[in-house]
Design a protein around this ligand. Structure first.
Ligand code: ATP
Length: 302
């Protein structure tokens, strides 16, 4: 069952159309990713879902509610991550949790949330003294305070170090396991691939594709890549002559052969026939990164 439905959403800033006819549905209980490069219209789309911006066209339903016409009901249903600048520097963690709890009819037990988010020993710490990862965790705690059915997390892990990012991923999976539907805005491929049940790829205000990470990769092609270090020089023409091979490139001392079908068997047979041994051989499947490039014609700069 869809908990969020976005139909033909249009949002303009002056004569710039930031979101241009976007439609998708988020199913209850999933982690739904919105992935795209800077300026693609991701934040504008979720701000319309959050009722923070008025669409110029199309319709949005969150649990049957129109975000613009019923903001009070929406607040009980939808948890929104605060931006860093929205918390006073000198406010302590426990003060922030108390204050924001008072905004909800049926707030969650904030001490339990703080425990889950591993911030119990920071209760009397001022916001400005928290690390980047701790600030992010606090913003997630605040987003979950109202026991929302849906949490919108925008660029949650930007600016975090790799370990803090992985911790945040575990946390998000834990929240989903508690039954919360999550809309995750990101421009990190690895994050999208690891976390999202389904993904909308967005580029220049439009949806390019919506599918599971594996489905997006399969949409593009079944191309494979083989990397190896040849034990002796091999004439590239011997490999490019194979019907399975699309290209052969040199990368330092390695050869990278791209192709389809039973590429591995075809390539290793030619190598063996020419007394060449393939050292450090690796077979790489198409990644979400490759899929994005194939579908949009450009790379996401992450
Ligand atoms: N308040 C605003 N006024 C004018 N233009 C805006 C405003 N907010 C966003 N834009 C423009 O609309 C486009 C989409 O911006 P948006 O922030 O939605 O993209 P995004 O995909 O979230 O990118 P980012 O990852 O950089 O946040 C961009 O070209 C941006 O410059």
């Amino acid at each position: 069952m869809a908990i969020i439905e976005v139909n033909n959403l249009v949002k303009r800033y002056g004569d710039h159309t930031a979101v241009n006819g976007v439609s998708f549905a988020v199913e209850q209980g999933e982690i739904f990713g919105i992935l795209g490069p800077n300026g693609a219209g991701k934040t504008t789309t979720v701000e319309c879902i959050e009722g923070l911006r008025s669409p110029d066209g199309g319709s949005i339903s969150v649990g049957g509610i129109d975000p613009r016409s019923d903001s009070r009901e929406l607040r009980e249903l939808l948890g929104v991550q605060l931006q860093e600048s929205e918390l006073p520097d000198k406010m302590r963690v426990d003060e922030a949790m108390e204050l924001y709890s008072s905004f909800y009819r049926n707030p969650a037990d904030w001490r339990e949330l703080i425990g889950i988010l591993n911030l119990t020993d920071k209760l009397s710490t001022q916001f400005r003294r928290l690390s980047g990862g701790q600030k992010q965790r606090l913003s997630i705690a605040l987003a979950l305070l109202g026991n929302p059915k849906v949490a919108v997390l925008d660029e949650l892990t930007t600016g975090l170090d790799p370990q803090a990012r992985r911790d945040a991923w575990d946390l998000i999976e834990g929240i989903r396991d508690r039954g919360v539907t999550i809309v995750l805005v990101t421009h990190f491929m690895e994050e999208a691939e690891r976390l999202c049940d389904r993904l909308a790829l967005v580029d220049s205000g439009q949806i390019v594709a919506v599918d599971t990470p594996a489905g997006l990769v399969a949409k593009v092609d079944d191309r494979q890549r083989i990397r190896f270090r040849p034990s002796a020089p091999i004439d590239h023409a011997l490999l490019t002559a194979l019907p399975e091979v699309a290209s052969v490139e040199r990368a330092g001392s390695q050869l990278v052969v791209t192709g389809t079908g039973n590429l591995l068997l075809a390539v290793t047979t030619v190598l063996a026939r020419n007394q060449v041994v393939a050292g450090d051989l690796r077979v790489e499947q198409t990644s979400l990164d490759d899929a994005f490039v194939a579908l949009t014609g450009r790379k996401i700069d992450a």
